[in-house]
Ligand binder design. Sequence first.
Ligand code: URA
Length: 210
Amino acid sequence: MRVHIADHPLITHKLTVLRDARTPSPVFRQLTEELVTLLAYEATRNVRVAPVQITTPVTTTTGVRIDEPRPIVVPILRAGLGMLEGMVKLLPTAEVGFLGMVRDEQTLQPTTYAERLPADLSDRQCFVLDPMLATGGSLGAAMEFLFARGAQDITAICLLGTPEGIAKIEEQVGDRDVTLVLGARDERLNEHGYIVPGLGDAGDRLYGTV
Ligand code: URA
């Protein structure tokens, strides 16, 4: 598994404002979108392209365009939805699929409560959006769901991750083709399952339910 942790002052600056408990939802949403666009630059480094011939006002030349089959962007509901606009801004031709994950209170295992994805993902590059990689439970389950549909190339974009969550995903995916792109690796997970220092509950902060 490849792990890329952003190291850029613009990203750190935006994350700092995002972390601040006083930042209101509209600003939080805007910053999330901007951060995802910046992280998508790295996450799409290996997006498949095909050569094309074009004519400029001066001459003909070759360039590239995003190849078929189209990449697929998969926000994990609910908080991953806040990352969608920032991603499709950079990858407007991508297809969008949806995956809703919830933790079963009895078994404590994440289960899928909603999905809208193609049946066969074997030749698709998948970009999963999940802002908070905390325990790794829901992201890991989402990846297993995509693998079960044949996915062979998954990149996850998270705003924040913990060492515990990264290690869990690493162990789970083994030698499969997975890339994690993170805005920052935080210190740890606390006893309530929150990322420290973190930013609180990303869904609540995005949608104003605090
Ligand atoms: N999910 C969140 O939204 N925040 C955390 O800190 C951990 C998981």
